[in-house]
Design a protein around this ligand. Structure first.
Ligand code: NDP
Length: 394
């Protein structure tokens, strides 16, 4: 998250939003001169910030009295971990090694890159192809498009963000297209060739795209290789994730695992919650199972998306009757900016209980809005509670 995930990603999202901000400013009377992005400076500043955060984390560990070793760790037996040539004896072992991007097995895949590299590309190229319509694909398509790179996004299904509410999928796809992302749906990459300095990317429909880079964001897999799990018989599932019970215990009683390596809900704050719950279980005498209900999440696409609770599809499957309240409107900034971007807000109410069971926003400040709304939904707010709350104006 801190090194090659959420944090550097969000810094690049912020960087890429300035172009539109400069354009929006004109409608408010500003004259913005010629603009230029210095990618090397952006990456350098981002790297400095990541270094600063690493130092803060190291300091927190040190002040807490943690002995910290850097090296590849292998579990030798249930109570022994080896790091390089040192052996550590322990009562408990916690595995939190996360995940790693997946690449497909197609000709020319050696020319492909992932989000790991994209956060530090040596230069900002003219054209990029991004494969995948999930969190990472949508976020990086927004980053590169915003920075002025010709961006093509390849999605194998009819929709981006599969599993999310259909109004999120549709609204975001429309807005991304309007911002200039060449979104191609229902297609996939079959081969990549490098001719001189240029990539030729062939799609299932026969189209050949020319680009300077291709980045795959087609999911991540649990990172378990070389950990010595086979030495102690820690069970993995078919996807290669560590199998754990409700208390994050693996098939070996004194070995625990949290985060993406367990492939439960793969989000940083969920991994943190799993870690906090485990601390309670093991060391505070309060056995705690993490609560996976109503986890809010955001996609830092452009515009942003944020959501908590059930999609309309999932709500219809779970409750007999649901009421849908949906609004699409022009946010105030765009009354003067000339930008056609719309905001979409939607709540889904279980008719019998009148509880709000899903809330979805695509548009400006969606993550900040939904973070607050998530408290209400977690507390079981009804549609009447929403209606009884005075709105902030304007
Ligand atoms: P996702 O699972 O979110 O999306 C994967 C995308 O790739 C989907 O569009 C999927 O299509 C497509 N895909 C899968 N396999 C193939 C294939 N063989 N060929 C072509 N397309 C394929 O993965 P991401 O890589 O985007 O993100 C990884 C994880 O990181 C996620 O679990 C996410 O939770 C986390 N993350 C969270 C962020 C946040 O909280 N803001 C930000 C970034 C990452 P389809 O769905 O149509 O099958």
């Amino acid at each position: 998250c801190v090194n090659v995930g959420c944090v550097p990603k969000k810094l690049l999202v912020i960087a890429s939003q300035f172009r539109e901000a400069f354009q929006n400013a004109a409608g408010f009377g500003w004259t913005v001169g010629e603009t230029h992005i210095d990618w090397a400076e952006l990456i350098d500043n981002k790297d400095q910030e990541i270094k600063r955060l690493n130092a803060i984390y190291a300091g927190i560990l040190e002040r807490a009295g943690v002995d910290h070793f850097e090296g590849h760790a292998t579990i030798i037996d249930e109570h022994t971990v080896q790091v390089d040539d040192q052996l550590f004896s322990t009562e408990y072992i916690l595995i939190a090694t996360g995940g790693w991007p997946v690449l497909p097995d197609i000709p020319g895949i050696e020319y492909a890159e992932t989000s790991n590299e994209a956060l530090s590309f040596s230069e900002l190229d003219r054209r990029i192809v991004i494969v995948g319509g999930g969190y990472i694909g949508c976020e990086f398509a927004g980053i590169f498009n915003g920075l002025g790179v010709e961006t093509t996004q390849i999605v194998r299904n009819e929709q981006i963000l599969m599993g999310f509410d259909h109004d999120i999928q549709q609204t975001l796809a429309e807005e991304m297209l309007a911002k200039g992302i060449d979104l191609r749906r229902s297609t996939n990459v079959v081969r990549i060739d490098k001719i001189d300095d240029e990539l030729q990317i062939e799609l299932t429909d026969g189209t050949v795209l020319l680009a300077d880079r291709i980045m795959f964001a087609i999911g991540r897999e649990p990172l378990t290789a070389g950990l010595g799990l086979e030495n102690v018989g820690v069970e993995l599932n078919e996807q290669g994730a560590i199998v754990v019970d409700d208390y994050s215990q693996t098939s070996v009683p004194n070995i625990y695992a949290v985060g993406d390596v367990t492939d439960r809900v793969n989000l940083t704050p969920v991994a943190l919650a799993e870690g906090m719950a485990l601390a309670g279980t093991l060391f505070k005498g309060t056995p705690t199972a993490p609560d996976y209900s109503n986890i809010p999440t955001a996609i830092f696409s452009q515009p942003n998306v944020a959501t908590v609770g059930l999609s309309e599809e999932a709500a219809r499957a779970e409750y007999r009757d649901v009421d849908i309240y949906r609004a699409k409107f022009r946010p105030m900034i765009h009354t003067l900016s000339g930008n056609e971007e719309r905001t979409m807000m939607k709540i889904i109410v279980a008719r019998d209980s009148q509880k709000v069971v899903g809330l979805h926003v695509v548009g400006l400040d969606a993550p900040e809005i939904v973070q607050g709304m998530a408290v209400a939904i977690k507390a079981g707010a009804t549609k009447a509670d929403f209606d009884a709350t005075v709105g902030i104006h304007p």
